[in-house]
Design a protein around this ligand. Structure first.
Ligand code: AHR
Length: 698
């Protein structure tokens, strides 16, 4: 045990023990609150809780890569989300027989044609019969995007498509128009179409218009066919493939990302991106996994695949796009490699059968990190990025505890040995964490880290807000790769943010053990929350950090809690102690083993970190009560604590308060300078609040 750990045992461990003991002993002595399950009692005058911060006692180092992001294609995270593409089902492969999400304009007929493929990857096309077009009645195709196409003023959109004429040679008009057809926002002409597949591109520039999203892209013609087809009575037709429309993107990357969502993420100051999932890595079936080699290179050469969240991915957002995303936000990829298990209990046996998948993982690592003298490093250079990307962490699989045949240990070992042999510097993460029974965990190798997932109610999250305080420091480090307080839909409300903040205090306080954390899911398109089946609505999983529609985006209170934590912390954890912390009574729901006893759970959470360079102490205090909570803060071991400090406070008048597309900033942190602080002060913390005080010392 290192000195930090022994120190922890003296300071932090007694603190959590204290919570439990104090709860029982003082239940009758202090004012309490009613929890969301309605259990509680009131009595006596409350004692003011006391927090001691021992500024001369460092309990742990704060992991410099603690705060990161987790991502996958779910809730229209990429297509219909961060990926700039505005056309839905651009490759016509989302349904094998119908051109779903495509409409006709005028007297047109359209069909999915399997006999006119663009290439082996995009092996179908959309056939438009142009025979009934006339000057007064254009015919064509229309796409309404992902619940709309955003139109912004004075903006240049890049439209492109592959086309091939059959007794038809143009022209085609490409335009962004309102859904009701009444307003043309921008339009351009492609004068001629050849009789073989070619790519056509135009720029559509809007004028001084109001932002709107009830719009569509249309491609139309008024000329039905060539003169010789008219002469011989032949129909005119045109085939389309990869019809695409991009607005300006973050950093102006081609095939890039939506700027407003990237800006929200940048404010989180994330250090890593866990990619590409999640269930999305595994797929329902082996042939629906994230098969990375099919997601790189020219987008027109990517076949796409069905995702386990029930909708089609074109894979326009592929491995290189993830890596560019990392580069743009100065974060590292944390690569999850497919480990031979897919969700419908399909698995690859360890041994010879698994070898090609292990090789795929080695190739993927080479694609990311190899120099241009390596096979896959050279392919990455061809794909536009000669410089290797940084990579330190590789996770083997995702949630393989679901594998009922229990082969993870053997599969993990095979990946572990091969990766360590070629890349000894890489840290290998087991996807089965200590939150699962011993029998499911890896035993034949020692993972460098284990990934633990916690999707919980507010009370569950708060009641486990000490679990790392007393975990032995001898085993693997922890990556909390997915977690969320799941209260509120589509995005969490203030109750969710309070549960999150309690949990983040725990992770930050223990970040010598918990090296990394990432909330999940990250994104949700909020345009259609209710349609059935699941594939047709824009949300497959409620309680997501960031919401958006085609036009605008917003952060949930949980998002702002993340920003408050990730953007405000020091590099060391200070030892703390407390007395008279109030508690509430919580009855855990019945579990597999029946009912359990009611628990006393703290109503106040905190942690303190310090910036060793300038001495600033970041004190985080979470008040989950519906009344102000006075707290007596005593700081020892620091010289001259200033009486004023910057305070960031996020509070709500109800735990149900939330943000939405209509009210994107109802609940946000407010920063101000506050007085009356110092080495010994008492301050009231507002109801339902998260506070970060930046206390200056010297
Ligand atoms: O975050 C949603 C899903 O939860 C992930 O895809 C999966 O890993 C977990 O079960």
């Amino acid at each position: 045990m290192n000195s930090n750990n022994s120190f922890r045992n003296k300071t932090i461990l007694p603190l959590c023990t204290f919570f439990l003991l104090a709860a029982t002993a003082t239940n009758f002595l202090r004012a309490q609150t009613t929890n969301s399950e309605g259990t509680n009692s009131i009595s006596g005058a409350p004692a003011i809780p006391v927090l001691q911060i021992k500024a001369d006692q460092i309990a742990a180092k704060v992991s410099p890569i603690l705060y990161g992001l987790m991502t996958e294609e779910i809730n229209f995270s990429y297509e219909g989300g961060i990926y700039g593409e505005l056309i839905r089902n651009r490759s016509f492969k989302a349904n094998s027989t119908n051109a779903i999400f495509w409409n006709t304009v005028g007297n047109a007929t359209i069909s999915v044609d399997k006999n006119q493929p663009l290439n082996a990857a995009l092996n179908v096309s959309l056939k438009l019969d142009t025979s009934y077009a006339s000057e007064s009645s254009p015919v064509g195709i229309a796409n309404g995007g992902y619940w709309g196409i955003p139109v912004k003023p004075n903006t240049a959109y890049h439209a492109s498509f592959y086309a091939k004429g059959g007794h038809f040679n143009g022209p085609l008009t490409v335009a962004i128009v309102s859904t009701n057809g009444g307003t043309i926002f921008a339009s351009a002409e492609v004068p001629k179409i050849s009789s073989s597949w070619d790519k056509y591109e135009v720029t559509l520039t809007t004028g001084d218009v109001s932002p709107s999203k009830d719009n569509q892209l249309i491609i139309t013609t008024t000329k039905p066919k060539t003169w010789w087809a008219k002469l011989w009575g032949r129909p005119g037709s045109v085939w389309f493939q990869q019809v695409s429309l991009f607005p300006p993107t973050f950093n102006n990357r081609a095939n890039g990302n939506r700027p407003d969502i990237m800006q929200l993420l940048a404010a989180m100051n994330p250090k890593f991106l866990r990619l590409p999932g999640g269930n999305y890595l595994e797929g329902d079936l082996i042939n629906e996994r994230f098969d990375w080699k099919k997601t790189i290179g020219e987008t027109s050469q990517r076949p796409g695949h069905r995702s386990p969240w029930d909708y089609w991915s074109t894979d326009g957002f592929g491995l290189m796009e993830y890596l560019n995303w990392c580069e743009d936000l100065h974060m590292e990829p944390l690569l999850a490699v497919y480990a031979g298990y897919s969700l419908r209990q399909q698995r690859v046996a360890p041994g010879d059968d698994l070898k090609p998948y292990v090789q795929d993982a080695l190739d993927e690592i080479e694609y990311i990190t190899g120099d241009t003298s390596t096979t896959w490093g050279a392919i990455r250079a061809q794909d536009g990025h000669p410089a290797p990307f940084p990579l330190h962490y590789v996770e083997v699989g995702n949630e393989d505890w679901f594998d009922r045949s229990n082969t993870y240990d053997a599969r993990f070992s095979q990946f572990y040995d091969a990766i360590k042999a070629k890349y000894p510097q890489l840290q290998i993460i087991s996807t089965v964490g200590n939150d699962h029974p011993e029998s499911l965990r890896v035993h034949s190798r020692t993972p460098d880290l284990v990934d633990e997932h916690y999707y919980r109610s507010q009370e569950q999250m708060e009641s486990q807000s000490h679990i790392y305080d007393d975990r032995p420091r001898t085993g693997p480090k922890v990556f909390v790769g997915e977690w969320a307080t799941r209260v509120g839909s589509p995005t969490p409300n203030m109750a969710g943010a309070l549960g999150d903040a309690a949990w983040m205090c725990c992770m930050e306080r223990n970040s010598d053990l918990v090296l990394m954390e990432s909330y999940a899911p990250l994104f949700v398109n909020v345009s259609d929350l209710t349609s059935t089946p699941r594939s047709t609505r824009s949300m497959q999983w409620p309680s997501d950090l960031i919401g958006y529609d085609a036009l605008t985006s917003y952060g949930s209170p949980s998002y702002y809690a993340q920003v408050m934590f990730s953007a405000h912390h020091g590099d060391v954890v200070l030892a703390t102690d407390s007395q008279d912390v109030p508690t509430y009574t919580w009855q855990p729901p019945r579990g597999r083993n029946g009912a359990s006893a009611p628990r006393q759970v703290p109503s106040l959470y905190f942690d303190a970190t310090r910036d060793s360079q300038n001495g600033t102490i970041f004190l985080k205090i979470v008040n989950r009560l519906g009344s102000p909570q006075s707290v007596h803060v005593k700081i020892t071991g620091a010289n001259n604590v200033d009486s004023s400090a910057e305070a960031a406070i996020m509070s709500a008048s109800s735990p149900d308060d939330t943000n939405s597309i209509q009210e994107p900033t109802k609940i946000v942190p407010v920063t101000s300078n506050v007085d009356g602080l110092g080495a010994d002060f008492t301050r009231a913390f507002p109801p339902y609040s998260i506070t970060v005080l930046q206390l200056k010392t010297n």
